[in-house]
Design a protein around this ligand. Sequence first.
Ligand code: 5AD
Ligand code: SF4
Length: 476
Amino acid sequence: MKRTTPVIPAEDIQRQKEYCAELRALNAQKSPAPLAYVDTYGCQQNEADSELLRGMLCDMGYEITDTDKGADVIVINTCAIREHAEQRVFGNVGALVHGKRRNPNQIICLCGCMAQEPHVAERLRQSYRHVDLVFGPQALWRFPEFLRRVYLRRGRVFETEPSDGAIAEGLPVRRSGKLKAWVSIMYGCNNFCSYCIVPYTRGRERSREPEIILNEIRELAAQGYKDITLLGQNVNSYGKDLEGGIDFPTLLEQAAAIPGQFLLRFMTSHPKDATEKLFDVMARCDKVAPVIHLPFQSGNTRVLTAMNRRYTREQYLDKVRALRERIPNVVLTSDVIVGFPGETTPEFEDTLSLIEEVRFDALFTFIYSPRKGTPAAELPDPMPKEEKSANFDRLVEAQNRISLEKHRSYIGTVQRCLIDGAGEDPRNNLTARTAGNRLVHLNGDQALIGQFADIKIIDCSTWALFGELEGDPKCQ
Ligand code: 5AD
Ligand code: SF4
């Protein structure tokens, strides 16, 4: 199959494996085995990337630890989407200087989206001299080569040149969970929403080959994974760079045809590319969870245009209508930005009215954060902080009420849920997720973790449902 985006040649991946083997031999001489810690900020794509980093570290002979204390290698996988996330990273990376003074052989690495921002790389170079290795998301597959360079020469390595990126297959992965797994189906973003840094840090859209994705899902199903999320910055662009006419709904339907007891989810969908074909596939495939994250960002068409979102308020509402015609109980979540440059309070009120009209199950709400290098950062932004905060609070308050009302409507229903972990409260010692991914607290035998079960919903809060196992003597 001919494609328009590059794939890293197998021999280049092989060379990375040889670097891994070389480091593994060196590390094997140490007892106990050296420790590596990977700290992850931001989105699910970063979580998935960290699983690859851990896979490579294991291949290099490191044992994975869950704290920076005593770690021989520390990797900070960063997020650049908002100022706040960046400040946290700078604070935490700054604090690592003390550990490094105690253990000068420690290697500190910073990767992810922040590494790809020129002003961040410069600041790390000048003021964070205890950081040894800095590399962006497009260079992740070369991590063994970089680490070996630092290890053998003890010099600093910066690999932060801008890059459109490519597809790298065959990297080792160390998954964090036994029930839930991420599968990246594509990387990068071509949308250039005017506020967003991602297209600059993660390069151009490029899709993995469908057969490779489907094989990964087959393997996960065979290993007993029960909840598989297909990941991409905009999954609805899947396949545009591949020949053969495959698109996301087709891939999803093929994935749903794989035998096994598991649910499929996907994130994220840009509304402009979410088609009726996608909604039809969701409606007819039992394995596709009845849930969609469909970020609307603003309920006002002028603001949407300034954001370069390429849909209007009405077009967004039409999509939601088309979706609910096919899946009436679909769980709908979204992202919204308050205080985009030039947004007025009456325009913000269109966002409020949109959430009242759509009634999302949950909303991820953000105050606009200017990102250097994006067009929106150059726009005049006259609204005072206090007015933005007041609008933000109104939005959160309205959504909390809607989320609670939506949760109340579950009471008395029986939901097929995946019991996915132990709860922190002894009265509710298990957690579960509905097919629509709502959190459920319940009490029961820990041996049920990993199983699907019918749960009767008996109570709720804004954030969660409370239930009992159906057939449990307590509910009779
Ligand atoms: N400021 C605030 N929120 C942002 N997002 C993306 N960029 C910014 C920004 N500059 C939000 C969007 C996106 C989510 C992942 O983060 O709502 O959907
Ligand atoms: Fe950012 Fe828009 Fe791409 Fe999402 S679709 S990553 S918000 S540019």
